[in-house]
Design a protein around this ligand. Sequence first.
Ligand SMILES: [Zn+2]
Ligand SMILES: [Zn+2]
Length: 277
Amino acid sequence: MLLGIHCSISGGLHKAFGESASLGIDTFQIFTKNQRQWKEKIIETQEKSIFLDDFKTSHVKLIFSHASYLINLASNDDILWERSVRALIGEVQRCHDLGLAFTILHPGSAKELGEREGIKKIIKALKTTLQETKNSALKILLENTAGQGSSIGYRFEHLKQILDGADSARIGVCFDTCHAFAAGYDIRTKTGFEATMEELDSIIGLKNLYAIHLNDSKGELGSNLDRHEHIGKGRLGLEPFRQIMNTFSHIPKVIETPKKDNMDAVNLEVLRGLINT
Ligand SMILES: [Zn+2]
Ligand SMILES: [Zn+2]
């Protein structure tokens, strides 16, 4: 069972290992740089060796990153699109240098371009990124979105079209529970959860699912609101998490709930308590 949280890198990338050790987790997600700034970051030799040493001596088995929120591979603005591709290439290189397994990416926002054209731009961007990072086996996982604004990825069909277009074993999918519910997939009950996962399997294929984000939802079903809530404290309740903890034990899972007091520890405890129930 790989279960963890999104760890902070404040004070340095290796700081994530202190947080993960204190929580006793075996996987985590990080940002490899300030996710709200375009400024690129090169991993220095020393920073890299400290991180790799800590990784080796830790109990952590697998680490992945979340790409910058600024990246928009569906942008119709050529400058923003180019910048986004550069930023994704930088992300893949940093993850590769740090021994990470994959990076998670929001597919993009098409705005006036429309979904069809937006998806074409995303495919082109991914192809360029893969081409320019051929030295790496790092996977890029497309995350399903809540459908806020004109974001692409709120239907499994979008992700499938991108997977088909990019046509590479280095592209996969990450399933976010809050986003799925906000996008209209009713996973609150066992039957609803199973139906959603069957849909995911028939459209995308479960073999392409490499990670799960465990988040309860502040927003209602179909609200398109991307607002994460603590596990069992939102509109989702505990059932979808019970299902995931018991049927997707082989897939790495992290929570991305608000950082407050000891809530990461509390949420992890709630999730562990759902096993075999
Ligand atoms: Zn995300
Ligand atoms: Zn997420």
